[in-house]
Design a protein around this ligand. Structure first.
Ligand code: PLP
Length: 358
């Protein structure tokens, strides 16, 4: 019996040919492919600017820096995410301030944000987890009222939709093209914005603070994307719609046939892009037993995330003792099933059969 992996890079002859073409062109680093990838990505998200960078973590950090965030500032975010979200804040010198999540969507709970605002708060950094966007109406209202920037962690949510706009178009958006993401370049990232000044700052920070070659106006670094990566991204963009259709089909199949556990919630006005299909194992069942039996049946599953960020050892000295009851509870219940575009109907059937035995 073959194992069903939790994710699988979707690589076709188009990606291979695109990479070979760049190899033969002799232009490997940031160049024309990167510029075209940026142009197409901006159009995809319906934003004015897209700036390609080396990965999603740096996209988040540059987005914060380009919005003027640094030492002495506080950034409100969620502890129920990948560590990169918080590390990006810490590397700017700012302080992460955690707000707990909604139990249904596992996204930041807007009702709890205002209580966390202080005179030092400069931005809200919502994470659109698993491919489902946060409640951006409420977050936008709070940000406007308190004059805060919005930086979206859209690393899992390319083309996710909330009430008329795509992820990355509410504030400054940060995307990841890591090998397991819905659109991938191996490693890679992108920043999106409608603000000309923020876009210019991002471009300068990406390349040693230069506007004109060898004239350095602000502090920057090397965060550039290679044309080799952009070529893979362009080939992936051509197939993104088809890959999204597959993920949606797979998720709907699982929704319709899973009977024994809580399936993911999709809020009104949202289009989920199903980066992860995450069930909650509760009500007397043990999540870790469920993982074991699915693994034994040849199905790989993921726990995103087993330890909330505020409980990680690396950041204790920055934040001290913090309690986030919903995040801590959900970290023990979540379990992500394979939903990637390369699943067959037979795979889906096997997943459903095994989940319904739990
Ligand atoms: C993948 C991911 C990141 C980091 O992206 P990299 O490209 O791996 O640096 C940040 N936040 C979230 C929510 C992610 O899923």
């Amino acid at each position: 019996m073959n194992r069903i992996p939790i994710s699988k890079p979707n690589i076709t002859d188009a990606e291979k040919a695109a990479v070979m073409e760049v190899m033969e062109s002799g232009f490997l680093a940031q160049g024309p492919r990167t510029a075209l990838f940026e142009e197409k990505f901006a159009r995809l998200c319906e934003v004015k600017h897209a700036i390609a960078v080396n990965n999603g973590t740096c996209a988040l950090m540059i987005a914060l820096l380009a919005n003027g965030i640094g030492p002495g500032d506080e950034v409100i975010t969620t502890p129920f995410t990948f560590m990169a979200t918080t590390n990006a804040i810490l590397f700017t010198g700012a302080k992460p301030v955690f707000v707990d999540i909604e139990p249904e969507t596992l996204n930041i709970d807007p009702e709890l944000i205002e209580a966390a605002i202080t005179p030092k708060t400069k931005a809200i950094l919502p994470v659109h987890l698993y491919g489902h966007m946060c409640n951006m109406d409420s977050i936008q209202t709070i940000a406007d009222k308190h004059n805060l920037k919005i930086i979206e962690d859209a690393c899992q949510s390319v083309k996710a939709y909330y009430k008329g706009k795509y992820a990355g178009s509410y504030g400054t958006g940060a995307f990841s093209f890591y090998a397991t993401k819905n659109l991938m370049t191996g490693e890679g990232g992108m920043i999106t914005t409608n603000n000309d000044e923020v876009a210019e700052n991002c471009r300068m920070i990406r390349s040693h603070g230069m506007k004109q070659r060898y004239y350095h106006d602000i502090l920057g670094y090397n965060f550039r994307m290679m044309d080799l990566q952009a070529a893979i991204g362009l080939a992936q963009l051509d197939r993104l719609e088809a890959m999204m259709v597959r993920r949606r089909f797979n998720a709907q199949y699982l929704n319709q046939h899973i009977e024994t556990v809580t399936t993911p919630s999709v809020q009104k006005g949202c289009e989920h892009v199903w980066h992860q299909y995450t069930i909650k194992v509760n009500g007397g069942r043990h999540r870790d037993d469920a993982v074991k039996s699915l693994n034994e049946a040849g199905i790989d599953v993921g726990i995103y995330y087993p330890v909330p960020v505020h409980k990680q050892k690396s950041i204790q000295s920055f934040i001290g003792d913090v309690t986030m009851p919903v995040s801590e509870k959900m970290a023990m219940q979540v379990l992500s099933l394979p939903v990637h575009p390369l699943l067959s109907e037979e795979d889906l059937d096997r997943i459903v059969t095994e989940v319904n035995k739990l």
